[in-house]
Design a protein around this ligand. Structure first.
Ligand code: SAM
Length: 188
């Protein structure tokens, strides 16, 4: 287990693991996962529904390969410039990545581009907390947090952008004082 997994363990046990288990099995057909990190989602894909899985990240993490339960095509790249043609995928998955992409608008536009019409986007992000004092704390921390946490911002609201970008949100919810927001959107 690497440092990221060790630090994330309590959060995985209490919040994230349950959310991953609920949303990732909805992936089907040709699937692209953005920012796969250490491969925390890999165990939750349903091999009976997934025809192919491509996993993209700017950094290659060898530990992810040990978690693959079926063949995965690992690709180096960025969400802002996905190296696949238009309409290539039935499903795109993104968990805890949109907090740290350099250009969120561009990344959402790229997800839309590589999805087939009617394809689904499964996402899970931490967002700016709805509660006022927590929101103020996150805003104050956001001054230094990206510098020590790999560019991770604490005040983004990708859920709002995804809704307005051209997805019909079919399922969504929040957990952990509204900090974690998940959804399944269909490309209109
Ligand atoms: C907090 S980790 C999340 C990893 C994994 N998705 C999860 O749910 O545990 C963020 C990941 O996003 C990747 N990442 C950062 N910027 C990215 C970008 N522009 N495009 C794609 N992935 C990116 C990082 O390399 C890292 O693996």
């Amino acid at each position: 287990m690497n440092l990221y997994d060790t630090l994330m363990k309590p959060l995985e046990k209490n919040v994230l693991g349950g959310l991953r288990k609920m949303i990732i099995p909805a992936a089907s057909g040709n699937v692209l996962e953005l920012g796969y990190g250490t491969g925390a989602n890999f165990q939750y894909y349903n091999p009976a529904s997934v025809r192919s899985l491509s996993a993209l990240d700017p950094r290659s993490r060898p530990v992810a390969r040990t978690r693959a339960r079926f063949p995965i095509r690992f690709v180096q790249g960025q969400a802002e410039e996905i190296p696949f043609p238009d309409g290539r995928f039935d499903t795109v998955v993104e968990t805890l990545v949109f907090c740290s992409v350099r250009n969120l608008n561009r990344s959402v536009a790229e997800v839309l581009r590589v999805l087939k019409p009617g394809g689904i986007f499964i996402f899970l992000d931490h967002v700016k907390p709805p509660e006022k004092s927590l929101s103020a704390l996150f805003s104050a921390m956001d001054v230094f947090w990206p510098k020590i946490a790999g560019g991770c911002h604490l005040t983004r609201e990708p859920d709002r952008l995804i809704r307005s970008a051209g997805f019909r949100i079919e399922k969504s919810g929040t957990e952990g004082y509204g900090i974690f927001h998940w959804g399944i959107g269909r490309k209109i």
